[in-house]
Write a protein of this length. Sequence first.
Length: 348
Amino acid sequence: MIVVMRKGASKSEIDAVIERIHAIGYQPHHSPGEEKVVIGVVGTGNDRPADPETFRPMLGVESVVRIMAPYKLASRDFKPEDSVFTVGGDTPIGGPGIALMAGPCSVESREQTLEIAGELAQLGVTILRGGAFKPRTSPYSFQGLGEEALKIMAEARDMYSMSIITEVMGSDEVEMVSDYVDILQLGTRNMQNYRLLEAVGRQPKPVLLKRGMSATIEELLLAAEYILSQGNAQVLLCERGIRTYETATRSTFDVNAVPVLKALSHLPVIVDPSHATGRADLIAPISRAAIAAGADGLIIEVHNKPEDAVSDGAQSLRPGPFGELLDGVERIAQAVDRSLIRTPAITP
Ligand code: PEP
Ligand code: MN
């Protein structure tokens, strides 16, 4: 349920509503909109919906609306306007600009990461991706350099004034990873790791939440709700391909998910065409499709030597073809009245 306050409602009227929400055993979630304040009434440990009549007669209350979707804070009913988050101080995600995140699947060495970061900075990319803790299907595959990789990423950030994003795999590592990075990534295999979702919900950095490879759109939004309900409003939803009967590609890119998520939720939607296809030759066309469908950003694997990559080489683009991809994507972005967020080339 949401309580919509009248335009110009006073602080004491808003506080009285918040106090009553606590008094009936629910949590208030405050959304100061451009025009009106909206307060979410979100329950925990209690499946009985709150009674709208509790709030309707209160001073300053315009209306009380039940949210029918099982996810509340993630829904457009709770927040009709798009959410826009500023990452690393200068990249607004969710607005008219399209955010670019690129970099290697895994941070393999300082030399490799700084070289790729340098190439990406030349292309004006503002967010560097790189895995430090790798969720590998086999326990015998490369597991990531751990904290050493985070130090390398942080060095690249300082050198090229980029923001950095990396995956966090365990709730006990959230604090440490959050100290280094600008965006925390939650991987497809952890989309329903509820303790981890809560832990990233309790820290202040934005979270890129990848759709579970067998998760429905509703399950993705409920996973986002776990993060939002802990107080972190900065969740980016990521479509990264799902499992189907098709074997020609690693996953099947669910292009429907982009406009469906945009209609159901105010949260930004990011597409990962690398994991969605598993093939370097498909990344450019799928990136263009994602932007045409309304995505707010792309996260793409780029490697200086894909043939030597320790993980996901087959789906990694070299910097040159990645630059050509950006030119093609920019043309699509302009066709849908948007543009890529790119800075002038940065050299250290
Ligand atoms: C990754 O981004 O390298 C990754 C492991 O992604 P996903 O969780 O989508 O498989
Ligand atoms: Mn990968």
